[in-house]
Design a binder for this molecule. Structure first.
Ligand SMILES: N[C@@H](CCC(=O)N[C@@H](CS)C(=O)NCC(=O)O)C(=O)O
Length: 409
């Protein structure tokens, strides 16, 4: 069997796809050849750094960009528009120099103008100290409340109670009811705090308090529907928390640093072995947002295709479809289906069906179809936001992968 060039040529080549994608999105990342992760985000404030000057911050964060505490720091750096460099730490195999350097051995840690600081809260406060109190209210009384609430976010037990409810599955129904009631009463406290000042944020302006809570509430809002059948979003008991989520969504920095719901869902299952009982939240992208995010997803896929193809060939199982040890057809079919996906991301429903079929009558070679199905299913679950692309782009990417996958058979 060989991969027909007539079929392959039905889709633009990678250079064309990349060029069109780039015309439709400003999103770019830096490539990190041979390293994990294979790309890194570019701080939105990098242009503020004079040439030949080093960024004032070096942030140590987790290589998969899952850590909610690292997200807090990244969120603040983006909000404050401070240029920074990132060094990624593999948490499954922390380097000795890192565990020697940071007393807690945890991420995040940061060199801030040469001073080592660790613990996300302390890093946030140090940034306020050195780069202006832009994330603390000006009014002295409110400023004091903000500082108190930042401390409280670490000591009020919210996180422990919330993650206990999320991760534990007690046999006894009463125990589960108690965990849920305890969690809801913590959310009631947050709801009450959100009602103390005008506007949608904790204080009368966006502040460190919002940053302390957002990575955790985001993960809970994404995971509780799937793993506990419990909804924060859309729950009439928490109108102010819902308004707060809506306000966060308007902030560009938040959209750069957050994870998408599916990344959160997949992580919980993989990392903590929790079994899903409910459905993921519906896609949280407006139709107008889809267009730019689809272009970003296409740009990421086209720009980083070599790494994606290498990963698929090595880890997805497609190799088992090779005939007589010849991987070339499988490789071409992987490449073809990825171009099909990029094309679909760019052109939407105008994109042709696999194999150039128009009415679905002629059937495609089964090995090519199977390779395509594996490729798309693998990548759909493999991509991870914000490690590989923004949350919005990841949402658009997965929706497109599902759509192309559904057209294969
Ligand atoms: N209180 C710390 C918590 C940091 C933390 O728990 N980091 C986790 C990642 S989410 C970590 O480094 N885990 C690695 C380990 O436990 O070895 C902070 O706010 O910075």
């Amino acid at each position: 069997m060989s991969f027909s060039s007539t079929i392959s040529n039905t889709i633009s080549n990678w250079e064309e796809l990349l060029e069109i994608a780039r015309q439709n999105t400003p999103a770019r990342r830096v490539k990190r050849p041979g390293q994990s992760p294979s790309t890194a985000p570019i701080p939105s404030s990098l242009h503020k750094l004079p040439p030949d000057k080093k960024a004032p911050i070096l942030l140590y964060r987790d290589s998969n960009s899952w850590c909610p505490f690292c997200e807090r720091v990244w969120f603040a750096l983006e909000e404050k528009e401070i240029p920074f460099e990132t060094e990624f730490i593999d948490l499954s195999n922390k380097p000795k120099w890192y565990t020697d350097l940071v007393p807690t051995t945890l991420v995040p840690a940061a060199y801030i103008e040469g001073k080592l600081v660790y613990e996300s809260k302390d890093i946030l406060l140090e940034l306020e100290e050195r780069f202006g109190e832009t994330l603390l209210p000006e009014n002295p009384e409110e400023n004091a409340v903000a500082r108190e609430w930042v401390e409280e976010a670490e000591t009020n037990g919210f996180r422990n109670i919330a993650y206990k409810f999320l991760r534990e599955t007690p046999e006894n129904a009463d125990e589960l009811t108690n965990l849920r009631a305890e969690f809801e009463s913590k959310l009631d406290e947050i709801e009450k705090s959100l009602g103390k000042y005008p506007g949608s944020y904790f204080l009368s302006t966006f502040s460190l308090v919002d940053i302390m809570y957002s990575p955790h509430l985001d993960r809970l809002a994404a995971n509780l529907p799937v793993y506990k059948g419990y909804h924060i979003k859309g729950n009439p008991r928490f109108p102010l928390i819902n308004a707060w989520f809506a306000a966060l969504k308007q902030r560009p920095a938040y959209n750069r640093v957050k994870s998408d719901n599916i990344t959160n869902n997949l992580l919980l299952r993989r990392r903590f072995g929790v079994e899903p009982i409910g459905n993921p939240l519906p896609l949280d992208l407006a139709e107008s947002e889809f267009i730019e995010y689809r272009a970003e997803a296409a740009e990421r896929l086209s720009d980083n295709r070599e790494v994606a193809i290498g990963d698929i060939l090595k880890n997805s199982g497609v190799q088992s479809l090779a005939v007589d040890g010849d991987i070339s057809t499988v490789k071409e079919a992987v490449d073809f289906h990825l171009r099909l996906l990029a094309d679909y991301l760019i052109n939407g429903n105008g994109a042709p069906l696999p194999g150039g079929r128009t009415g679905g009558k002629e059937s495609i070679d089964p090995i090519i179809a199977a390779t395509g199905a594996i490729t798309l299913a693998y990548l759909r679950n493999r991509i991870c936001a914000p490690r590989d692309m923004s949350a919005g782009a990841a949402t658009a990417f997965r929706a497109a992968a599902d759509k192309v996958l559904a057209s294969i058979y």
